[in-house]
Design a protein. Structure first.
Length: 374
């Protein structure tokens, strides 16, 4: 039986997905040492952390370059530990900027590389596929269309189902929690899980909420944050903001419950958009980044949409307000269309039903654990 498995999940969503796999893996192989990079979820499952996601979750060209020496140091630290502990296998979860640099180094050292949640090379760089094929032993994808994209590349690929489907289905079976909403007309605000997202996007979201409050006077708003560090940052931002709604609360660690209880939502691009759709709450997607990162992304991204809901559906199910389009005026206008009965809301909910069918019913975490055990 293997004695050591390296796990790398550099972001909050990857940490959650990896923890579900680890729980099932541990049930079958309790004596295996699990260690690597992750967050609170992996830590709770007994994984020894070399680095926490709080430091690792950076997005955007400029932002990553600013911390280049830190990431280089972390890569060196991981490889030194690999040389010491000699793991038989590695589970790399999403986080391509780091994991695609780590994978070839692991391969050189004879570590079997299992990659869960594929890098979005189909969106921005198909030329990386041959490199992935050389250093990844098995790729486990969470969108059904990805299997076809990797056909004839020499890469062993399995569609394991989407981890959010099982997680959201389990969540929807739970009873509701008491949340401090200040009125019956409720709008959820999800400004992201990274420091730079909060700083760039939250002021515009707060301003949009203020505008919405003037057109829909009985609205109340709730911001969902993933952890106490982000909650503190959000509260600082609210305190400094000149434009914000009068009925506003912040809750920590209950984002899905906030989504479930809301009539509509403003959601920063990322995994949360897919969660919101699977929960069934109408939403708009927003995103802002540095001017250079946006210009660079526009030059390399080869797909029409950036939101997972729209990418999977192959059409616009939810409005995407990116960069200058993510103005307070546009946000307020688009959310107003989703409050009450409207053609826009009906069309979106029909799109959600079709999305759920496309994603199927496989239990992703169990499938990944079985592959890793094999």
């Amino acid at each position: 039986m293997m004695h050591s498995v390296l796990v790398i999940a550099g972001e909050i969503s990857g940490d959650l997905h990896a923890s579900k796999v680890v729980r099932r893996f541990r049930a079958a192989s309790p004596e295996t040492e699990l260690w690597g990079i992750g967050g609170d979820h992996l830590k709770a499952e007994g994984v020894e952390l070399l680095q926490h996601t709080d430091r690792m979750g950076v997005m955007g060209i400029v932002e990553v370059l600013r911390q280049y020496s830190f990431f280089k140091g972390v890569l060196k630290q991981v490889l030194e530990e690999v040389d010491k502990r000699k793991p038989e296998k590695a589970l790399l979860v999403d986080y391509p900027g780091f994991n695609l640099r780590l994978a070839p180094e692991l391969k050189k050292r004879g570590v079997k590389v299992y990659y869960y949640i594929s890098p979005k090379v189909w969106a921005w760089n198909k030329k990386r596929i041959p490199k992935m094929a050389r250093c990844i032993d098995q790729l486990m994808v969470i969108f059904p269309f990805e299997v076809e994209l990797f056909k004839d590349t020499g890469l062993k690929v399995d569609f394991v189902g989407n981890p959010l489907v099982e997680q959201i289905d389990d969540f929807l079976k739970t009873g509701p929690l008491q949340l401090p909403w200040q009125s019956e007309r409720r709008v959820a605000l999800l400004p992201g899980s990274r420091k730079q997202e909060i700083e760039r996007i939250l002021p515009s979201i707060l301003s949009a909420a203020k505008r919405l409050e003037t057109t829909v006077p009985d609205c109340s708003f709730m911001i969902a944050t993933p952890n106490e560090r982000i909650e503190k940052l959000v509260n600082e931002n609210i305190f400094q903001s000149l434009e914000k709604p009068s009925r506003l609360d912040v809750v920590c660690g209950n984002a899905r419950e906030v989504m479930r209880q809301a009539e509509a939502a403003i959601v920063t691009s990322g995994t949360a958009t897919l969660e919101t759709a699977l929960i069934g709450t109408p939403h708009i997607l927003v995103y802002k980044t540095s001017a250079f990162t946006y210009w660079f992304a526009r030059s390399v991204v080869k797909i029409r949409h950036i939101g997972l809901v729209n990418i999977i559906a192959g059409k616009t199910v939810c409005p995407e307000l990116i960069q200058d389009a993510a103005s307070p005026e546009r946000m307020a206008e688009e959310v107003a269309k989703l409050l009450g009965d409207s053609p826009e809301k009906s069309a979106m909910l029909d799109g959600y039903s079709a999305l759920r069918t496309l994603l199927g019913d496989r239990a992703a975490a169990q499938q990944v654990a079985q592959i890793l055990l094999g």
